[in-house]
Design a protein around this ligand. Structure first.
Ligand SMILES: [Mg+2]
Length: 236
């Protein structure tokens, strides 16, 4: 092996072991939800359920390549779906989200150690709360967007003041958590670019590709896993 390749490899190993050491002493762990804690993307599933799947998929592709801000893209998509409160309840009943493999054991393991677990998502509370309950995560540890409804139950928009509806929103939530609780070893785990961008302020980031692998995230993660058992094993 040539020297340069050897030193790059060595450097990456040192970087990864730094994240593993921090993981072992994490005082707070924040998970992304879509394609991380659950196997699906909540908004895409909701759109498909409301018969708007193709329209939303086309828009998501466009938003990914373009300069549309997160809030604008969320607002555009929801204005197409316009789910009523009743429709969302039907959706949750008909399409309960599938938990990712071994996430439940991982969260249990963290709770037993006294580590605080949070869910931080650009998706919606109404869809995420049942997931938090399944994982015994208190609802006050869920940071996500809030849909608004008229008293008739019709869709009325979403709370645009929530940090999770803005670009860099996950980082804002993490910075606030660190200020409030004084966490010094906060780990963010997720599959997407917005999760990666939340570190810093997160002290470490672990990329997760158990449901979908995003090359950019994989390449930039110091520690990239495809099975949550790797994280459980590292705690033993
Ligand atoms: Mg995700």
């Amino acid at each position: 092996m040539n020297n340069e390749l050897y030193s790059t490899k060595l450097y990456l190993q040192v970087e990864m072991s730094g994240v593993i050491e921090l993981w072992k002493v994490a005082d707070a762990v924040c998970f992304d939800v879509d394609s991380t804690v659950i196997k699906e993307e909540g908004i895409d599933e909701l759109a498909a359920f409301c018969g708007k799947g193709d329209e939303i998929a086309a828009l998501t592709r466009k938003a990914m390549g373009g300069s549309m801000g997160f809030r604008e893209s969320l607002s555009t998509r929801l204005n197409i779906i316009r789910p009523s409160m009743a429709r969302i309840q039907e959706f949750i009943r008909a399409h309960p989200p599938t938990l990712s493999d071994h996430i439940k054991e991982l969260v249990n393991c963290l709770h037993r150690r006294g580590t605080n677990v949070y869910l931080i998502s650009g998706g919606f509370r109404s869809i995420i709360s049942p997931i938090a309950l399944q994982l015994n995560i208190p609802l006050e540890n869920v940071y996500a967007n809030k849909m608004k409804f008229y008293f008739t139950g019709e869709y009325a928009g979403f709370d645009e003041n929530a940090p999770t509806s803005s670009n860099g929103g996950k980082g804002k939530v993490i910075a606030a958590l660190k200020r409030k609780h004084g966490y010094s070893n906060l780990v963010m785990i997720g599959d997407g670019a917005t999760d990666l961008e939340a570190c810093p302020p997160a002290d470490a980031f672990i990329g997760y590709g158990g449901n979908v692998i995003r090359e950019e995230v994989k390449n930039k993660s110091k520690w990239f896993i495809t099975d949550f058992r790797e994280l459980i094993d590292a705690l033993k």
